[in-house]
Write a protein that binds this ligand. Structure first.
Ligand SMILES: NC(=O)c1ccc[n+]([C@@H]2O[C@H](COP(=O)([O-])OP(=O)(O)OC[C@H]3O[C@@H](n4cnc5c(N)ncnc54)[C@H](O)[C@@H]3O)[C@@H](O)[C@H]2O)c1
Length: 356
C-alpha cells in the first residue's frame, strides 16, 4: 500500500537550514526540501575535490549556501542569528572512520564542538526545531546478535564512533537542561550504512566499489564479513523529514526519549561481501575482489538498528527493497558518468520513492 506523504506539505515556504549541505546526505536533503517548496539555507565546507553531488544537483542555484566551518561558534552563530530558520537539520560532520584515525583533532572538534556550537546557537537564538543527526555507530558496539535500540548504552572503540557517541551525550545534556519543555522540539537521529548515488567519499564501500567497477580495477575490501544495516539515502532522510514535521506540528510528547533510529528491515542487514557481489552482478561485469585487512581500524562485526520506535510513534518504515536500493545506486552513477548533471535522475528517484 502506498504510504502517506502528506508530512512533506509542512515544508512548503518554510525556512530550513541544513548543515552538511555540500555532503552526500545533506545535498539529497537540500534537493528534496527544494522540491517541497522550502527556502533552503545550506552550511558546509566547500565540496572536496572528488565530491560532485552539490554541483551535479545544481544546488548553488536552488539554495542559499554559506561556506563556513562549524568549529567556530561566531561564524555559525552569525548565520543562524541572521537567518532565524524555522528548523535546522544538523548533518555536518567529519564522517569517515579512516580519517578519524589520521586526524583525530578535526574529527572530535567538528563532531563534538561543532555540534555543541549548533546546540548553543539553537538555544540562544530560540530556534524552534532541531533535528540533530549522529550515527548508528554511537552505540557501544559489543557485537551483540540483536539490534541496538534508542535506550542502549553509547560508546565507541574508534575516534569516529566515540565522537558520535559524545555528540549524543552533549545533545542529551542540552535536551535535559534547556529543551525539555512542552512537546519535543529537538531530536537526535541515528541511521545505518547509507548508500545511494552521489557519494564519492574515500574509504566508503559503495563509492570504492563503483570507482573500481567503472575503471575495471580490483576491488579491495577491509572487512568482508562485517554485517551492516544498508539503506538507501532517501530512507533515513524521509525519517528526518517526518520527525521535523512532527516537531513543527508539536505532535511528539516530551515523555518520549528524544532519540530515533532509522534503519532497514533485518533482512537487509547483510555482509559486506554479499552487497559487493550484488553490485558486481547488477553492474554486469566481473571484477576481482582482494581482502586487504587494516589492523589499525577497529571495526565491529555486527551492527543492526532496532526501528520499532520509529514504526510505532512516527509510522515510518523503509520503502525500498535491497534490489531497488542497489539498482537506484547503480542507475544514479551510470547516469552521472554520462550526463554530469543529475537533477532528472535524482528527482525521478525521489518521486519513485514517494510512490511506494
Ligand atoms: N553516510 C553514511 O553512511 C552515514 C551513516 C550514519 C551517519 N552518517 C552521518 O550523517 C551525516 C551526513 O553524512 P554524509 O554521508 O552526508 O557525510 P559527508 O562526509 O558526505 O558530508 C559531510 C558534510 O559536513 C560538512 N562538514 C564537515 N566538516 C565541517 C566543518 N568543520 N564545518 C562545516 N561543515 C563541515 C562537509 O562540508 C559536508 O557538507 C554525518 O553526520 C554522518 O556522520 C552518515
Amino acid at each position: 500500500m502506498k504510504k502517506n506523504n502528506s508530512f512533506l506539505k509542512s515544508y512548503k515556504n518554510l525556512k530550513v537550514l541544513v548543515t552538511g549541505s555540500t555532503g552526500f546526505k545533506g545535498a539529497w536533503l537540500c534537493n528534496w526540501l527544494y522540491l517541497c517548496g522550502s527556502k533552503v539555507i545550506g552550511v558546509g565546507l566547500k565540496p572536496e575535490k572528488d565530491s560532485i553531488i552539490f554541483d551535479s544537483m545544481d544546488l548553488k542555484k536552488k539554495i542559499k549556501q554559506y561556506y563556513i566551518d562549524i568549529k567556530y561558534f561566531e561564524k555559525i552563530n552569525y548565520i543562524i542569528k541572521k537567518e532565524k530558520p524555522d528548523i535546522i537539520f544538523h548533518l555536518a560532520a567529519q564522517s569517515i572512520v579512516s580519517s578519524s584515525y589520521i586526524d583525530p583533532l578535526n574529527t572530535f572538534n567538528t563532531n563534538i564542538s561543532g555540534s555543541l556550537n549548533i546546540l548553543e546557537s539553537v538555544r540562544v537564538n530560540k530556534i524552534p526545531q532541531l533535528v540533530y543527526i549522529t550515527s548508528d555507530k554511537c552505540y557501544l558496539n559489543i557485537d551483540k546478535k540483536g539490534s541496538y535500540k534508542e535506550s542502549d548504552y553509547l560508546g565507541g572503540f574508534d575516534n569516529y564512533s566515540s565522537s558520535k557517541a559524545s555528540a549524543e551525550i552533549v545533545f542529551h545534556s542540552y535536551f535535559h537542561s534547556y529543551f525539555k519543555k512542552g512537546n519535543l522540539s529537538t531530536v537526535s537521529a541515528r541511521a545505518g550504512n547509507v548508500i545511494g548515488g552521489g557519494d564519492f567519499k574515500k574509504d566508503r564501500i559503495v563509492p570504492d566499489v563503483i570507482k573500481s567497477l567503472k575503471n575495471k580495477k580490483t576491488i579491495y575490501l577491509r572487512n568482508p564479513n562485517a554485517t551492516r544495516p544498508w539503506q538507501h539515502v532517501l530512507e533515513p532522510l524521509s525519517g528526518y523529514l517526518l520527525l521535523g514535521h512532527k516537531l513543527i506540528n508539536k505532535e511528539l510528547k516530551n515523555n518520549l526519549l528524544p532519540s530515533w533510529n532509522f534503519g532497514p528491515y533485518k533482512k537487509n542487514c547483510k555482509k559486506v561481501n554479499f552487497i559487493v557481489n550484488l553490485f558486481i552482478k547488477e553492474w554486469g561485469e566481473k571484477q576481482k575482489i582482494v581482502i586487504k585487512k587494516n589492523k589499525q581500524f577497529k571495526e565491529s562485526k555486527l551492527l543492526s538498528l532496532n526501528i520499532k520506535k520509529a514504526k510505532k510513534e512516527l509510522s515510518w518504515e523503509p520503502r525500498l527493497s535491497l534490489n531497488e536500493t542497489i539498482n537506484f545506486t547503480i542507475d544514479w552513477y551510470r547516469y552521472f558518468f554520462l550526463n554530469a548533471k543529475t537533477e532528472k535522475i535524482s528527482n525521478y528517484q525521489i518521486e519513485y520513492f514517494l510512490d511506494q
